[in-house]
Design a protein around this ligand. Structure first.
Ligand code: GLN
Length: 279
């Protein structure tokens, strides 16, 4: 069967299911089934899918029509140019979070110790290690499932990092870092209802942060002082409407918060540090 006919039919199926990027997703799934690049599929109208490939494709399209995230179906997502394995139980890396990673790559002091707190798939800490091999990087998460995925990603991408399991700073007793970066859960309880169906299939553990979405910022800011070296830097991803609220939580002993913006021009990263640091 012609691949083109199949994926053009799928565009309609996905469109009818109100999938936001129907054309993109139909093509991405076809490329995955054929082990080709989307552009190769697009460029060759005569490309053929075997019966088995066609059946697999239709199963993928049906899952996507039920609003399962594209990356869970594909089994991977790109972040900072690296391919990370993802699956149910782990938050899908977002392009927005590259702002946090890029800032960490720039700000980390040479040969320093860095910590990715609430690491999920490991996309932040692993990318940081790959882009700044001089750093010693640790990653931790409360979820065993997430850490399994992190470990796989670190191995596949060849990143020599340390993994720890536990709630926030619990596995870091007595440890100090020069840079702590975190994309913690930051969705308020009320907001959970209004998330896209795809996001609601992602782990609540990675998203929900109490009544006002600020629980983890409170806890991280409370604990960070004990786990940063003098002059150490704290980088937090924030929701685009949280800059003011999180800034207000930054208390004595920390430098005045600085906000970094994502590619959509939205406030996305809050930077502070133990006083005495260079910012
Ligand atoms: N940025 C994510 C979203 O839009 C939220 C991630 C998080 O809570 N850390 O759903």
């Amino acid at each position: 069967m012609k691949a083109r006919d199949l994926w053009q039919g799928a565009v309609k199926t996905l469109h009818d299911a109100k999938v936001p990027d129907a054309r993109h997703d139909a093509l991405a799934l076809m490329a995955a089934v054929l082990h080709k690049k989307p552009l190769e599929v697009l460029a060759d109208p005569e490309m053929v899918a075997s019966e088995e490939q066609a059946a697999k494709y239709l199963a993928f399209v049906n899952r996507r029509a039920l609003r399962e995230p594209l990356q869970y179906i594909l089994g991977s997502a790109f972040f900072m140019g690296f391919e990370f394995q993802v699956g149910p139980g782990v938050l899908i890396p977002r392009q927005d979070s590259e702002t946090l990673c890029e800032r960490a790559v720039k700000a980390a002091k040479t040969g320093g110790r860095a910590l990715d707190l609430c690491c999920g798939s490991g996309c932040l800490g692993i990318s940081l290690k790959l882009l700044r091999p001089d750093l010693e990087v640790a990653l931790s998460d409360i979820s065993d499932k997430a850490l399994e995925v992190t470990e796989k990603n670190a191995r596949r991408l060849g990143a020599d990092v340390r993994l720890l399991q536990g709630d926030l700073f619990c596995p870091h007793q007595g440890q100090k870092y020069d840079l702590i970066l975190s994309n913690p859960p930051y969705i308020a309880r009320e907001e959970m209802e209004s998330l896209d169906p795809e996001v609601r299939l992602e782990p609540e553990l990675a998203l929900l942060a109490g009544v006002d979405g600020l629980d983890f910022y409170r806890r991280i800011l409370k604990g960070a002082g004990d786990h940063l070296n003098p002059g150490g830097i704290l980088l937090l991803e924030i929701g685009s409407d949280q800059a003011e609220a999180v800034s207000a939580l930054v208390k004595d002993g920390f430098s005045r918060p600085r906000i970094h913006f994502d590619l959509a021009g939205l406030p996305r990263v809050l930077e502070t540090g133990l006083e005495g640091g260079v910012h």
